[in-house]
Write a protein that binds this ligand. Sequence first.
Ligand code: FRU
Length: 501
Amino acid sequence: MNSNLPKSAAAWRPRYHYTPQCNWMNDPNGLVYFDGEYHLYYQYNPHGSDWGHISWGHAVSTDLASWQELPVAIPATERAMAFSGSVVVDHGNCGGFAPPDASAPALVAFFTGFDPDTKIQSQHLAYSLDRGRSYTPYAGNPIIDIGSTEFRDPKVFWHAPTRHWVMLVVVALEQQVWFYTSANLIDWTRVSTFGPAGSADKNIWEVPELFELPIDGDSTKKRWVLIVSVNHGSLWGGSGVQYFIGDFDGKHFKADASDGQLTLWADHGRDFYAPITFANLPDERVLWLGWASNWAYARELPTEPWRGQQSGVRELGLAATSQGLRLRQRMAREMLALVEPEPLLKLRGLPACQAGEALSQASLVGRQLMARLVVSTRGLIDPIGLEFFKGGDDSVRIGFDPSLNGFFIDRRCRAPLFEGQSERHDARRLLDAPDIELEVWIDGSLLELLADGGTVALTDLVYADPQATSVCLFHGGEAAMVQSLDLHQVRAAMYSSNEES
Ligand code: FRU
């Protein structure tokens, strides 16, 4: 390990992605919009920066960009840690948790209660009548218990066409999602099973999610997407997010035949896991975010006093590509609102070497940046892209490699702080358009690449020298053309406090 590097650097803390002020955080939980607020709950250890005492931490936002940290919403008890799950707004008071004279509906949380003694995982319910600040455990918990030690992460939603509630839970070691339905949120009937499918490795399945998405923005053409987070044997080892496209009739999910054999990954970096969508949004969008980390090394990340960060909020769609239907992820417009409108640099139609020269003359630096680079495929021979955190021992390259016809994040470094840090991750291009588009979001130690209109996503953590902040262009042969480059500062959005004013 490079002895010059600090054990943890303030420069590594993301400023527009959510991190708790201190302590451990993993999966997002119970994302929900209610009464003017977006709620972000998450797996949280109130007592330290390692996994343990797992509770639901809590933050709220009114703009989906800046978050205020609030006290723990669902604390671990001696008998049950609060593992991952979801929240619904019970508009029809199906569960009867809101008193008859209540002016607002109850928020109902579903989570896995993990008994630290027996190791049994069972599904629990808790409800909130104070705008998601605190939750009262249902007296009849657990609501589903099959006596298993690997049965978790309930996702509940209202299926309007069949007028019932649906719950997905994973039976992790069997690589299965079990589907349940209910009329009252309390009594659940098992109706179907999906899996094993997709990635053949010895994965365990976690955090299921299911939603409907329009194809190429056409809301008359929709398909269902089943998400399963898988751990141990994903794309680069460790954790990753698999998805299946198909149909859902309120009880059964059926993957499209052509995709049944294929493993589709939502993100080709190493640091995007357990994503879930926001419930009860005021518009038609499907928005999600994921834990930007990987179980392979999450416990070793060199940050303190916090450990764990969430990805940006991404809007989802399906894109018809030459390879078939694929998930499309674009940063939500609320994230774009954080981008300084005046660019640090704007270039148009230049040979790559001139663009590179212009960039180096501008002497740009930064750790909170958003860049859009559009490059022509014509005459492109060598890799081209942007290099960040230059100036120290290592930097990170984000670009396109014509020999692979793919995008990459190259975070290789000389003195890795943990195993798996020094790697390059790549993803094949899915579009044939003559121009290649890279949108890059840099935030301290968190990098998100959403390329070709979001048809390719790569999320990676990078712990570069805190002093190294320069930005450069590396380019691809004499004939390479930069169609456009826009580089912007992104405003720090985070504000964190445990008190509500
Ligand atoms: C996924 C996961 C879930 C579990 C939670 C525990 O990262 O392992 O399956 O509920 O984290 O913190």
